[in-house]
Design a protein around this ligand. Structure first.
Ligand code: SF4
Length: 221
């Protein structure tokens, strides 16, 4: 078993229920939630979509929404003007070009307004179980760097690095495991290295203020 396989195995043991934190019941809801999640926490998106998905139940509802009204409905997620415009235009395009169904492939998803690489992967992987790529969110970006899985800072390049080492059957679950680890242990500001299940596989001592003490990492302020 190589290093990345060991890391994945250990994370799977600690986070057996790791999954996407955004709430959704169908591909359309995941598309909307993913657009809203840009620069916003999953928790806040879930609060907003709890009401939003009761009010707008079909792709037509979003496509025909009044701009100002949708903006008001999604305002707490930030950047609401752009997000409302993208949601309306994406849904119009889905009706015009995809018979009202959210497309499955990453290539087609990328042509929708408001959908970039991360969102396309998120929908294709999670709504359709197609391992089209690896979602690179803020947790994956940070932890891939700390674990020396990628030295890049551009998410598309990080994804390419990860694709070359993460087994394809783990492309969908890998970001969930890493995100859970990022929220619980490998936090942005104060990683709890001393509690980390993968500390023996982590080479980050020179990158963040960690030092190795008695065989384990300890965070140093
Ligand atoms: S040892 Fe520290 S930096 Fe490395 S993965 Fe664990 S928490 Fe993150």
């Amino acid at each position: 078993m190589n290093r990345i396989e060991k890391i994945i195995l250990l994370l799977e043991e600690v986070y057996p229920n790791a999954r996407l934190k955004l709430n959704y019941k169908n591909p359309l809801q995941l598309l909307i939630a993913s657009i809203l999640a840009a620069q916003c926490t999953d928790e806040r998106v879930n609060k907003v979509t709890a009401d939003l998905f009761n009010k707008y139940t079909a792709v037509k509802d979003f496509a025909e929404a009044k701009n100002e009204e949708l903006e008001k409905d999604i305002k707490p997620t930030g950047f609401f003007r752009n997000k409302a415009k993208n949601i309306i235009n994406a849904c119009k395009l889905i009706i015009e070009q995809h018979n009202g169904e959210v497309p499955e492939s990453k290539e087609k998803l990328l042509l929708l307004p408001g959908v970039a690489d991360k969102t396309a992967n998120m929908i294709s992987c999670n709504a359709f179980s197609i391992a089209s790529g690896i979602v690179v969110d803020t947790h994956v970006k940070r932890i891939a760097y700390r674990l020396d899985l990628s030295k890049n800072t551009n998410p598309v390049k990080i994804e390419k690095d990860l694709i070359n080492m993460v087994p394809r059957n783990k492309w969908i679950s890998f970001p969930h495991l890493v995100a859970f680890h990022g929220r619980n242990i490998c936090k942005a500001r104060k990683p709890k290295c001393f509690q980390c299940s993968i500390k023996d596989l982590c080479y980050s001592t020179d990158k963040i203020t960690c030092k190795v003490t008695a065989g384990s990492h300890a965070y140093v302020q």
